[in-house]
Ligand binder design. Structure first.
Ligand code: PMP
Length: 372
């Protein structure tokens, strides 16, 4: 397993690390500008499910104030942010683990619970970090075929064996935008063996209508194997600062804290998240902007006779035939979206809902590419 590369070079990593396919991020605007000699200011990036408004003025002010803290290490315990989250979610602070993005929380769950030989279950077309984090631990990923692009919860339940340690469920799911209603999700959680951790990844929770949002944090009291993860990267507009959190039983949180980097969330991120959490109006405006932008995009797709998967997130999958070709043609026109061939969806592209003018740029460019 740990053999060295025979002809020199770097020492070889274990086979399970070497077999990992790297995460493919959305293309950065500056990179495309450099490659195609375009003016970065004219490029529209709808590739990473960010909030096109960014953070609100109160959050920007909190970040500016927190600059004074930069010479010092951040609070390793995230006291103020955890206290605010605890109040809002009606759980004790020791049930919250902060992450360097919610991605970090997903990683921490695998670090705490997986070892080689274990299994983690997730759906086909589910967020790619589930297989990545599973493989990095030398554990085995069990991908359960999707149904209508979404999670087939009955099949996922049936895929659980005595080796299963973790089940990952994204709700809404990225990249498909599919969504499971709260009652069905709770029934799924309740159906699982207690010694299997279920990670309910709610990165796009704030894009649901308030009436659709599950009271999933409240389920933890009955289901101590449940971890709910959320993020400030999406509706809160703080993707670059990297801050998310998980809510879970205090004993599970204790395990995650043992494997967590002590200073995993920087002080600007903590201050910004604290201010963002207070600004409900801003999040609601962002949700409404997204709803209108989603309508604009799907109406535009329908007018052009294009199929899409109805989405509950801030992004939508559109059927374009040859995803890679259409993607590169869109880039030539200064529009960056996300190919999803690595999600088993080579005929589709995922587009993030942007500002109205950005959505128009995308629709216009797509129309031209598909006509041309
Ligand atoms: N879960 C899902 C379903 C996501 O789409 C993403 C971001 N692409 C994440 C988690 C991680 O986001 P972050 O680390 O920025 O919180």
């Amino acid at each position: 397993m740990n053999a060295r590369i025979p002809d020199g070079g770097a020492p070889a990593a274990p086979a399970h690390v070497r077999s990992i396919s790297r995460y493919i991020p959305g293309k950065p605007t500056d990179e495309l500008a450099r490659e195609l000699g375009l003016d970065a200011a004219t490029i529209v990036k709808l590739a990473s499910n960010e909030n096109p408004r960014g953070p609100g003025p109160r959050v920007r002010a909190a970040i500016a104030d927190a600059v004074a803290e930069l010479p010092r290490y951040p609070d390793a315990n995230g006291f103020l942010l955890k206290a605010a989250l605890a109040r809002r979610l009606s759980v004790p602070a020791d049930q919250i683990v902060l992450g360097n993005g919610s991605n970090d929380v997903l990683e921490l769950v695998t670090l705490a619970f997986l070892q080689p030989g274990d299994e983690a279950v997730y759906a086909q077309h589910a967020f790619v970090v589930y297989p990545l984090a599973t493989q990095a631990r030398g554990a085995k990923g069990i991908e359960v075929p999707a149904r209508d692009f979404g999670h087939d919860l009955a099949a996922m339940r049936a895929a659980i064996t005595s080796r299963t340690r973790i089940v990952f469920v994204a709700n809404p799911n990225n990249p498909t935008g599919t969504w499971v209603a709260p009652a069905d999700m709770l029934a799924f959680v309740a159906s699982l063996p207690r010694d299997v951790i279920v990670v309910l990844d709610e990165a796009y929770n704030e894009y649901l209508k308030p009436s659709q949002r599950a009271q999933s944090v409240g389920w933890i009291a009955q289901h101590p194997n449940l971890v709910v993860s959320r993020t400030f990267s999406k509706a809160y507009g703080l993707a670059s600062l990297r801050v998310g959190y998980g809510v879970m039983h205090a004993d599970v949180a204790d395990l995650l804290n043992r494997v967590r980097q002590p200073f995993n969330v920087n002080s600007l991120a903590q201050a910004a998240a604290l201010a963002a959490l207070d600004d409900d109006a801003y999040v609601e405006e962002s949700r409404e902007l997204n709803e209108a932008g989603m309508r604009q995009i799907v109406d535009g797709l329908s007018k052009r006779g294009l199929r899409y998967v109805p989405s509950h997130g801030n992004f939508v999958l559109v059927h374009v035939g040859n995803g890679l070709r259409v993607n590169s043609e869109l880039m030539k026109r200064g529009v960056i979206v996300r190919p999803v061939a690595n999600y088993g969806l080579p005929e589709w592209l995922r587009v993030t809902v942007g500002l109205p003018a950005e959505n128009d740029r995308f629709l216009d460019a797509l129309g031209r590419v598909l006509e041309g």
